[in-house]
Design a protein around this ligand. Sequence first.
Ligand SMILES: C=Cc1c2[nH]c(c1C)Cc1[nH]c(c(CCC(=O)O)c1C)Cc1[nH]c(c(C)c1CCC(=O)O)Cc1[nH]c(c(C)c1C=C)C2
Length: 526
Amino acid sequence: MSLPTPHIVVLGGGLTGLSAAFHLARKHPNAHITVVEKDARFGGWVRSERLEVEDEDGNKASVLLEAGARTVRANAKPILELINLLNLEPQAITTARSSPAARSRFLHFPGLPGLSPLPSSLLSVFTTPLGRLVLSSVKSEMFTPYNRPADITDESVDAFFSRRFGAVFARTLGSALVHGIYGADSRKLSIRAAFPSMWVSEEIGKGSIVWGEIGPPAWFGAGQRKAEAKIKEDEEAWELGTNADWSRQVARAAIISFKDGLETIVTALVSALEGFDNVTLRKETEVLSLGQDDTSKSFEIRLADSSSLPATHVISALPLPALSAILPPTHSLPHLLTNPFSTVTVLNLVFPTAHLTSPIHPPGFGYLIPRPENGYPAETKSVGMLGLVFDTASLAEQDYAVGPDGPDLPKFVKVTAMIGGPYPTPTPPPDDEALLNDVLPQISAQLQVELPKPVYFKVHRNVQSIPTYLVGHVERMAELREALRQKWAGRLKVVGAGVGGVSVSDCVKSGREAAREIVKEGEFVL
Ligand SMILES: C=Cc1c2[nH]c(c1C)Cc1[nH]c(c(CCC(=O)O)c1C)Cc1[nH]c(c(C)c1CCC(=O)O)Cc1[nH]c(c(C)c1C=C)C2
């Protein structure tokens, strides 16, 4: 007997949804796959824009700007796999691990002028104030006995770092790290969800994260952990290709991006999906409700245009609150509304450099700004900055001079200010021009330089874009998975940044895993 064709609907056309659809289409040519996206474009928070800038002397350049994430780590297998499968090597660019953009990072302490380098060498550990803070915190951590309270199964990043490395380390380095990844308050973020390996290292190191990380291979648990990692790696079966030049380049790299920005992956995924006969891409399609027939277990997805889509399986790559809004009360799921989201405003700035006598910023990746000593203000007249990224330092290959004089280095430098997160929004909220006028003097004071007038700026308000995993997230997600098994017969997969991992690579991986689970389960009986 031949089975009816499975129809898998992917809700959400961000990177997670596109990755799920792509891996499904490759591995499951007999299924029909529909991707439903409510916006007019695919790609979600990943948006790259190329534009031409000109200074007052008529120097012109083509510059690539990102509205959100701009790079991925060079060891991110889910991305390396896509680069291979989509033949993106010629468009990829890398930043070498040895370059200042990969090695030099700074902190700016609120209220103090200038930048403090983060230690990047053995020498700097002894010779810089932050180096000495790291050294003394690490030394004391290694000799602080096991102090995890017996009754906890999770805690905040701040509580975890305070317990092991001390309160100053937690407030400065810990909060800055969390700003730079989650744009969130480290006193709210779950350590187990955000940095699971540290939680495990504490156990392996019998209390000490440092011993857990660097302990000899024979150290209790380390051998087993390695073996487990190897099994997982084999199971994941990454298709990384055989391009030796590219592999060598990646081996030397810290981060990867693309000449035309991270949206290159989105464009390539969309065009690959358009090439599959069994895939339908639907933009500007809003889902009103998702229901499942109790007997047949098949789905009915009602759309805003009054039509409906049948499905045998659904992968939801929607933000969890958006999924919650379309579920019927009979099939509601737990914990979809628990985590708050950070709003991070991204301000792209392009400065002219032709008349500068000294550089705008030191060589390096950029700087992060830790939580103020007295915490975030309750209200404010100025926007709160979380950090500044020196984009040209790591992504210079994205930009080129334009004009009759032939190839030349662009006479511009691009940086990105990251704003908001746990800081309150000023009242009234600033328009773009007011935001610029608020931020430029802040950057000037932080860098201790007089800034030229930017030739271009753009504000992207990434409203509610990054989930803050509250303490207990890992256990709540286990309960969510159980509810999916019980209430939805395992045929609804919930993936994406809201569940486990906010990086571009995590999103691609979670889409891939959902696709592989459906293929592996292989039960397409209607
Ligand atoms: C919109 C702003 C974002 C902030 N964090 C993220 C975005 C998109 C997400 C993010 N940023 C980083 C990671 C870790 C990457 C990994 O583990 O692979 C994640 C998930 C690290 C990072 N932080 C900054 C940059 C440029 C990067 C590299 C990755 C990327 O391009 O996003 C700088 C930075 N990001 C944010 C702030 C406040 C900030 C400050 C300088 C928030």
